[in-house]
Design a protein around this ligand. Structure first.
Ligand code: NAD
Length: 252
């Protein structure tokens, strides 16, 4: 384990473009269950599909009922030592960008600037009008729901929806393109806390490896990339990233 940490630390300190790709596993230490954990808030219900949301008021009411139920837990979650370690890398000038599948906004909350975070699946702290594109905060939507407006609409009459990618909804093209370019142009690519099963996000480590980047993975369970990566650490994101950053401090 120590040798692997040293190797990753050395690669990061030497890398011109270091990209980190994160999944739900980086936020479990903040108290947000990952996708596949049993009994967690995320697998209680069948998801509301995008076409159901757009075509049925009852589906929109159900969608917002679930969002409102998750709201207080999500707002309570704070960045953990894994998020903070990535901020340390950024402050040392050693982080080009974070590509994330997470929708919890904890990378920005930990101090990474917006422009350094590519959100492939959106951000649950924003709410978007499906007609005019206007953005409001999740707090405003929550206040309206708690005041009895069970399927809130925009002033233009459009449906308000969490600015996250629902099942059946198209991916944000600009973010996918930006993530692809970052993956293809980096020389070091680190996956943290993802099963790498959700597409097209899971193509990013493939693009990086194909383009000659060094590929490292920190994850508690198996991924389809375990055989092809250059270093694999089965460990907790918070502990491992803290050790890596401490090691880098001794190198630079
Ligand atoms: P996933 O749930 O499929 O996989 C998470 C991985 O992280 C698992 O392999 C698990 O073993 C590992 N893991 C859990 N805790 C860890 C820790 N402390 N340290 C290291 N590894 C740890 O997650 P995914 O691959 O990101 O796919 C889930 C999808 O669901 C994504 O599309 C995401 O948008 C969404 N989601 C987001 C959040 C969030 O925003 N926090 C939470 C749940 C689901």
């Amino acid at each position: 384990m120590n040798e692997k940490i040293s190797l990753i630390a050395q690669r990061i300190s030497e890398g011109d473009e270091n990209v980190v790709f994160t999944g739900a596993g980086i936020s479990t230490e903040s108290g947000i269950p990952d996708y596949r954990s049993k009994g967690g808030i995320w697998d209680k219900f069948r998801p509301v599909y995008f076409d159901e949301f757009m075509s049925s008021k009852n589906s929109r009411i159900e969608y917002w009922r679930r969002k409102a139920e998750l709201y207080h837990d999500l707002m309570k979650a704070k960045p953990n030592s894994a998020h903070r370690s990535l901020v340390r890398l950024y402050e040392m000038g050693l982080l080009e960008a974070v590509i994330t599948q997470n929708i919890d906004g904890l990378h920005q909350e930990s101090g990474l600037p917006d422009e350094k975070v590519v959100e492939l699946h959106g951000n649950t702290r924003r709410v978007r009008c499906m007609s005019c594109g206007k953005i409001i905060s999740i707090h405003e939507a929550q206040n309206r729901i708690e005041a009895g407006d069970l399927a809130p609409e925009c002033g233009c009459g459009g449906y308000l929806k969490s600015d996250t990618v629902s099942f059946g909804q198209s991916m944000p093209e600009d973010e996918v393109q930006k993530a692809k370019e970052l993956s293809q142009n980096c020389d070091f690519f680190l996956v943290v806390g993802s099963t790498l099963l959700v597409q097209p996000a899971a193509l990013m480590p493939y693009y990086a490896k194909q383009s000659g980047a060094f590929l490292a993975i920190i994850n508690l369970s198996e991924t389809p990339y375990d055989e092809m990566c250059d270093v694999l650490i089965r460990g907790k994101a918070g502990e491992v990233l803290t050790e890596i950053v401490n090691e880098i401090r001794g190198l630079i």
